[in-house]
Ligand binder design. Structure first.
Ligand SMILES: NC(=O)C1=CN([C@@H]2O[C@H](COP(=O)(O)OP(=O)(O)OC[C@H]3O[C@@H](n4cnc5c(N)ncnc54)[C@H](OP(=O)(O)O)[C@@H]3O)[C@@H](O)[C@H]2O)[C@@H](O)CC1
Ligand SMILES: Nc1ncnc2c1ncn2[C@@H]1O[C@H](COP(=O)(O)OP(=O)(O)O)[C@@H](O)[C@H]1O
Ligand SMILES: [K+]
Length: 501
């Protein structure tokens, strides 16, 4: 698990590393610049390309100066350095690096307050204007310069953070920030890189190690954590010898309606392919033939209009409710019936969530440890509108703590909020998975893991990781534009086996 830090915590971790390693701050800057250059050279190996490096006067600018010197040493022959002298003070390491670059042949241009910009013809722009020291929205000269750079057709590579983009906190709709093709960021992704607001400013990012103290970073006990494969490998357990279907639990999937049977089938498929010993789908009678032909391994418990099904609660280790269920009175009665009778944590998705949003009294019977899996719109239906994802994260955290539940907020980097107040960002998955029914498979998968004896937290973190990894295995090597949920469900046994190896 990689703790993700706020800017304030990054400053603390930098200061700790400088004092405890010990390493002089100018040498840490040198390390950061070298890490940047290593990655940059791999991506842009042509030494004849025109590269302009725009530097502010803080440490981000200091990095830019050191980067320019190193690129010069590596033989980049068309470098231009532009220093935006828009602040009244400069950092000590910026000054040292300015002296060092002035001893080279790299041309340096100064941009003073209010001055017009000279024409820019470089194909690559390195943005080292402002980094994690950003403390207010851009205005004045910085805003003008960033807008000017964004209007060019050059490829922008940002140092640590695109200028104007806050590493954490709310990103407002009218934010002006550098739009970077690539961000080479120090030590770890910044929290806002993982939220959808980053899409406009960051096409891709790469974290480079600069040796910030790992033990100190962990000691900060950040609520924000990035899931790594090793965390999941530790959680998933292979099936044992002498086990039988009873060992792996019985799951009940309460889903589907006449015109949305597919949701029930995909959810049941996610469940059975993820290894639930037995899976029963509670579906309308009209869906029975479809279920039997799609997956004969699944048993059926049929529903008939508003008559409540006869559920033998003790048989089931895990129950999911919601995919394709509808939001009519019968679905609402069914949800209330399940909530008040099962007594164990539930997985609630889709229409189950929509029903909870409309009938707040149902929350009263929600068992602690239950898992809700909303996408953004369902989340806002549950907890009210949010203007940005940072605000959504804070609500998810507060609600998960208050209600002692797990909230799986689905997205590119799906976020799991836990009753302990942690927010885990998933690191697998891709845009080929953005297709209807994908969430239904996830619900079945989470239910399956709970039936197999994983804790709710393990099921969330492992389930989301496995789901995204199956999507990656299918889509990435073949550059597939879309992955169908049913196909992804079939991939689960293989994905899980690889994680267990
Ligand atoms: N610490 C380390 O050891 C290491 C740090 N590293 C590097 O340092 C970077 C952080 O450096 P930093 O803290 O100097 O901040 P930086 O982003 O350069 O800007 C500061 C200046 O900007 C100003 N300012 C802020 N907002 C503004 C606005 N909206 N409009 C206008 N001005 C604004 C602010 O002025 P103030 O408002 O405080 O007067 C201040 O003068 C980090 O991203 C990484 O690249 C690496 O070398 C690794 C080791
Ligand atoms: N761009 C993406 N990157 C990673 N995962 C994605 C992406 N788009 C969708 N997904 C995943 O696909 C699933 C979609 O869920 P959801 O919106 O509930 O679909 P549905 O309701 O149609 O089943 C989520 O698990 C989400 O994380
Ligand atoms: K920058």
């Amino acid at each position: 698990m990689l703790p993700l830090l706020t800017s304030a915590q990054i400053r603390e971790a930098d200061a700790f590393t400088i004092a405890s390693e010990p390493v002089a701050s100018i040498d840490l800057m040198e390390r950061a610049a070298r890490a940047f250059v290593g990655w940059f050279i791999n991506h842009f190996p042509d030494r004849n390309e025109e590269v302009s490096i725009y530097c502010g006067m803080g440490n981000n600018g200091g990095d830019g100066l050191a980067i320019a010197r190193m690129l010069h040493e590596h033989g980049y022959s068309h470098l231009k350095l532009i220093i935006a002298r828009y602040n009244d003070k400069s950092s000590a390491d910026f000054i040292i690096n300015l002296q060092r670059i002035q001893a080279t042949a790299v041309p340096v241009v100064q941009l003073n307050k209010g001055e017009d910009f000279s024409p820019e013809s470089s194909t690559i722009i390195i943005d080292a204007l402002l980094g994690s020291g950003l403390n207010k929205a851009l205005d004045g000269d910085f805003k003008r310069l960033v807008e000017h750079l964004n209007n060019l057709s050059s490829t922008v590579v940002a140092v640590d953070i695109p200028t104007g983009f806050f590493a954490d906190g709310e990103i407002h709709q009218n934010t002006v920030a550098i739009r970077a093709e690539l961000v080479i960021t120090f030590q770890q992704a910044k929290i806002n890189f993982l939220l959808p607001e980053a899409a406009e400013f960051i096409r891709c990012w790469q974290a480079v190690n600069i040796g910030i103290s790992e033990s100190f970073t962990r000691s900060l006990n950040s609520p924000y954590q990035f899931i790594e494969e090793q965390d999941i490998k530790r959680v998933v357990k292979p099936r044992g010898r002498f086990s039988n279907k009873g060992t792996y639990g019985h799951s009940l999937i309460i889903a589907g309606a006449a015109k949305t049977m597919g949701a029930a089938l995909l959810c049941a498929a996610g469940c059975v392919y993820a290894g639930s010993g037995l899976t029963t789908a509670c579906i309308p009678l009209s869906g029975l033939t479809a279920l039997n032909s799609y997956l004969p391994e699944i048993m059926a418990l049929t529903r008939d209009g508003d008559i409540l099904p006869d559920i033998d609660w003790a048989r089931y280790k895990a129950i999911a409710i919601g995919p394709g269920l509808g939001t009519g009175a019968d679905a609402c009665e069914l949800l209330a019936f399940v909530l008040s009778n099962f007594g164990k944590p539930l997985v609630i998705d889709a229409d189950g969530i929509n029903l909870l949003a409309n009938r707040y009294e149902l929350w009263e019977s929600l068992t602690e440890g239950s898992i809700l899996t909303p996408h953004m719109k369902e989340f806002d239906r549950l907890f009210g509108d949010h203007h940005n994802w940072w605000a959504r994260l804070q609500t998810a955290r507060q609600q998960a703590i208050k209600r002692k539940i797990y909230i799986v907020l689905k997205n590119d980097y799906t976020i799991t909020a836990t009753p302990q107040g942690k927010l885990y960002f998933n690191s697998t998955g891709n845009a080929a998975m953005a297709t209807g029914g994908m969430g239904d498979v996830l619900t079945g998968l989470l239910t399956s893991l709970i039936a197999q004896g994983y804790t709710a937290e393990e099921a969330c973190l492992a389930g989301i990781y496995i789901h995204g990894k199956a999507g990656d295995e299918l889509a990435l090597p073949n550059r597939m534009n879309v992955v169908l949920p049913g196909r992804l469900a079939q991939q689960l046994p293989l994905t899980m086996a690889k994680l267990m190896a």
